[in-house]
Design a protein around this ligand. Structure first.
Ligand SMILES: Nc1nc2c(c(=O)[nH]1)N[C@H]1C(S)=C(S)[C@@H](COP(=O)(O)O)O[C@H]1N2
Ligand SMILES: [Mo]
Length: 434
């Protein structure tokens, strides 16, 4: 026997106390079949969350000046493309799916982690260098999953508690998690298929508590060597996890729907019903919260157009220009969205007024809000040129309320909510850098 084997054997016989002891984990429900059921759900769900999430990053048009705060993203942005303005509802759907599915699968993720928890305490931690590499990759997988779900959930609850900026961190985390996920799936897929075939799902759904038996012992040690008496059937556990998932889905999906179903979005901070008035829809950040001063939005307010022909316009002058009305959604990165009827001046008309041909002009939008990261955004040439892109002055037939961006705000079809800048002070038209 080599020294390494000696050491390994000695270590195995002398585990530290507590969770490292084989007899510590006793749930008779743990086993490869159960883990594989949760794994199968995540195998289909995670790629959808991942793709819609990466799409969301593309929708930020990070190649435009100032939109992106991700330093050194380098080749992580290899897939980026010019985000279109058609169809207007696309980002509403992709981001709604990203957030709502992420919430709904949180309970499945937790159940999956619970089902493999004994493996976290395998002793000795690694028996060979290859095993050490495998376990390190699991650390990235579990750490990445927990990080992505936790930062996502905290962000949509508006708990900005992390000491870093959300979306670069969520993006880096996503790539680390996805790399580990792909490796994990590649290694575990055959085992998952075998485990799923080892029991009949339908029979499991018919098996009551008193007939619940542990799965046969498995080489990975998921099945406890000394199982306790079951206190819950496997179908009970599946119903519990599936039920939690469906309840989360049911209580959050409403945030993406207009109409009475919005009231079902009890889990969404912006999901609640705001009342029947024309300005009674979600407010992401109120004027008070953003330190918008009433004096800045009063009669002295002027819109500054910067470009070859700088212009200053009062609100009355803007209202005297050709006005256009479109039903367009606001779709927030937090997953909520709502369609409203906006009236305002075309960005294309404002570009012309400032001396630039739409189709050649990008615009930097600056709010009169004094602090905070959402006070500026860049819009692409395609966004400026789209006839439905507005500097909105009115909503649903009445003036914008202060919280919705009075005196004027941006509304661009299919743009993430955060690019629909409120309380606009200046539009700087400039030629596209491309
Ligand atoms: N100046 C400014 N504009 C802003 C924001 C902001 O904080 N400041 N929030 C943005 C975000 S994140 C969203 S989702 C939309 C929400 O618009 P609403 O509050 O009118 O619903 O406004 C955007 N415009
Ligand atoms: Mo937002």
């Amino acid at each position: 026997m080599s020294d390494r084997k000696n050491v390994t054997a000695w270590l195995r016989e002398h585990p530290p106390p507590g969770p490292f002891r084989p007899g510590f984990w006793r749930s008779p429900l743990r086993g490869p079949w159960l883990t594989s059921v949760f794994g199968l759900v995540l195998l289909f769900g995670i790629p959808i969350i991942a793709i819609t999430g990466l799409v969301s990053y593309a929708a930020y048009d990070p190649h435009l000046p100032i939109n992106d705060t991700t330093p050194e993203k380098g080749w992580l942005g290899f897939y980026l493309f010019d985000w279109p303005t058609h169809p207007a509802w696309l980002y509403r759907v992709t981001q709604g799916v990203h957030v709502v599915l992420g919430l709904a699968l949180t309970s499945v993720l937790l159940a999956k982690l619970w089902s493999v928890i004994p493996k976290l305490f395998t002793w000795p931690p690694a028996r060979s260098p290859a095993e050490a590499v495998e376990r390190a990759s699991l650390l990235l997988l579990v750490g990445g999953a927990v990080f992505e779900f936790a930062t996502g959930i905290l962000n949509i609850q508006l708990f900005y508690v992390f000491p870093f900026s959300f979306y670069p961190a969520h993006l880096y985390g996503a790539w680390i998690f996805l790399a580990a996920f792909v490796v994990h799936v590649a290694f575990k897929l055959p085992k998952m298929v075998r485990s799923l075939r080892s029991r009949s799902f339908l029979r499991e759904l018919r098996t009551r508590l008193d007939a619940t038996q542990p799965e046969p012992p498995d080489p990975d040690g998921l099945v406890p060597p000394s199982p306790a008496e079951p206190t819950m059937s496997r179908r009970g556990l599946l119903a519990f996890v599936g039920g939690a998932s469906l309840i989360t889905l049911g209580l959050s999906a409403g945030q993406t729907l207009d109409g009475p179903l919005r009231r079902t979005a009890l889990l969404a901070p912006h999901g609640r019903d705001y009342g029947p008035g024309p300005n009674d829809f979600q407010v992401n950040k109120s004027a008070t919260a953003m330190g918008v001063r009433l004096a800045d939005t009063g009669p002295a307010w002027r819109l500054e157009l910067a470009g070859p022909h700088p212009v200053r316009l009062s609100r009355a002058e803007l209202l005297a220009m050709p006005l256009h009305t479109y039903a367009l959604p606001i779709a927030c990165v937090e997953g909520w969205s709502t369609e409203q009827l906006w009236t305002g001046v075309r960005l294309a008309d404002l570009a012309r007024l400032a001396g630039m041909a739409p189709g050649t002009a990008e615009v930097l939008v600056v709010s009169l809000q004094r602090g905070g990261s959402f006070r500026r955004a860049s819009l692409s040439t395609g966004q400026v040129a789209d006839p439905r892109s507005l500097l909105a002055l009115r909503v649903n037939g009445t003036d914008l309320s202060l919280d919705h961006g009075y005196p004027a705000r941006i509304i661009v079809p299919n743009a993430p909510g955060v690019h629909n800048t409120k309380w606009v002070r200046r539009l700087s038209f400039h030629p596209s850098a491309k």
